[in-house]
Design a binder for this molecule. Structure first.
Ligand code: CTP
Length: 131
């Protein structure tokens, strides 16, 4: 009965997002997803996501296998969120390989391979071509 936690922006939802959530869920019996806030995204990328945080959270919550969604306010709070939700496993895409090893003292840390050939950034660029 493991609780799995993962994080992400999940803007302009695509198949890579769905697949990582499905694979994360298979590592436990409960899946908690931290959806990064609009402000956090702005601080990281100097642009706001296409979909506002409430919509991104509602979309992720509607995916089968996702048990709970919360707003991730700051990258530095990951350890606090792991403790708050009593997570046994932290799942991140392997674009973050090694970056979250500090949390191995709190829970298991698993990096799952990204789905090839798709990203929100790339989709936004594609869509802009038709604008
Ligand atoms: N992800 C994945 N495969 C992809 C894209 C994303 O497995 N092709 C995973 C990421 O590794 C992360 C989660 O989905 O664990 C949320 O990623 P996010 O950064 O929201 O998606 P990206 O498409 O990578 O967005 P961006 O291009 O803005 O960085």
């Amino acid at each position: 009965m493991k609780t799995v936690i993962t994080f992400g922006t999940f803007d302009v939802l695509h198949i890579g997002h769905v697949k990582i959530l499905q694979r994360a869920r298979m590592l436990g019996s409960k899946l908690i997803v931290g959806v990064s806030s609009d402000a956090l995204n702005y601080s990281k990328k100097q642009r706001y996501p296409v979909y506002p945080e409430k919509e991104r959270m509602d979309i992720v919550a509607a995916i089968q296998g996702v048990d709970h969604v919360f707003r991730e306010e700051a990258l530095e709070l990951k350890g606090e969120y792991i403790k708050k939700y009593s997570a046994d496993v932290l799942v991140m895409g392997n674009d973050w390989e090694g970056r979250f090893d500090e949390f191995k003292s709190l829970c298991e840390v698993v990096y799952l391979p990204r789905t090839d050939g798709v990203s929100t950034t790339q989709l936004i660029a594609e869509i802009k071509k038709y604008a």
